[in-house]
Design a binder for this molecule. Structure first.
Ligand code: ZN
Ligand code: FE
Ligand code: FE
Ligand code: FE
Length: 166
C-alpha cells in the first residue's frame, strides 16, 4: 500500500502494531516456558492473555475504519523477539536468564508504548475518538505490564542473580 495521506500512514502504523502483537502471541508462551521465577512466568502468561485482547481491540479499530484486519510485517518486533530467542538459547544459568528475559520483555513493552502512544495521539488528531479510546486502553495495559516487570526485577529476579555473582 502506498502511503500518501495521513490516513494511509495511520492505517499502515496500525497494521504494523497488529503484526507486532501477533508475533508476541507466539513469543510470550516461549518466554513463559523459559522463565524460572514463578512471578515472571505468571507475568508472561497473563500478558499473553492481555495481548490476545489487544489484537481483538485492533480488529475493532480496523472495523471502525471499515478496513480489513491485516498485518504489515513489523521488522522491529521481529528483531526484539529474535534477541529474546538468542538469550534463551545462550544463557544456561536460570537466574541470569530470568534477568535477560525481563530486559527483553521491557524492550518489547517500550516499543509498544511508543507505538500506541503515537497512534493514540494521531487518532485524537484525526477526530477518531472511539478509536482513540480503544488505543488508550491498550496503552495503559502496556504501561502496567512494563511496571509489573520493573517490580519483578527489582523485588526478586535481579537480587537473585546478583547473589550468585558475589
Ligand atoms: Zn504487546
Ligand atoms: Fe501489546
Ligand atoms: Fe513496527
Ligand atoms: Fe505488551
Amino acid at each position: 500500500m502506498a502511503v500518501k495521506t495521513i490516513d494511509d500512514m495511520f492505517l499502515s502504523e496500525l497494521q504494523d502494531i497488529y503484526h507486532a502483537e501477533k508475533q508476541l502471541t507466539r513469543a510470550l508462551p516461549k518466554m513463559a516456558k523459559a522463565a524460572s521465577s514463578s512471578d515472571l512466568k505468571q507475568a508472561f502468561e497473563s500478558h499473553l492473555e492481555e495481548t490476545k485482547g489487544q489484537i481483538e481491540r485492533l480488529e475493532k479499530v480496523f472495523e471502525l475504519l471499515d478496513k480489513r484486519s491485516r498485518g504489515k510485517k513489523c521488522e522491529a518486533m521481529e528483531g526484539l523477539v529474535e534477541e529474546a530467542k538468542e538469550q534463551m538459547e545462550e544463557i544456561q544459568d536460570p537466574d541470569v536468564l530470568d534477568c535477560a528475559l525481563v530486559v527483553a520483555a521491557q524492550k518489547v513493552e517500550h516499543y509498544e508504548i511508543a507505538g500506541y502512544g503515537s497512534l493514540h495521539a494521531l487518532a485524537k488528531a484525526l477526530g477518531q475518538s472511539e478509536i482513540a479510546d480503544l488505543l488508550a486502553e491498550t496503552l495503559s495495559e502496556e504501561k502496567a505490564a512494563d511496571e509489573k516487570l520493573n517490580k519483578i526485577a527489582t523485588s526478586s529476579v535481579n537480587k537473585k542473580a546478583m547473589k550468585k555473582a558475589a
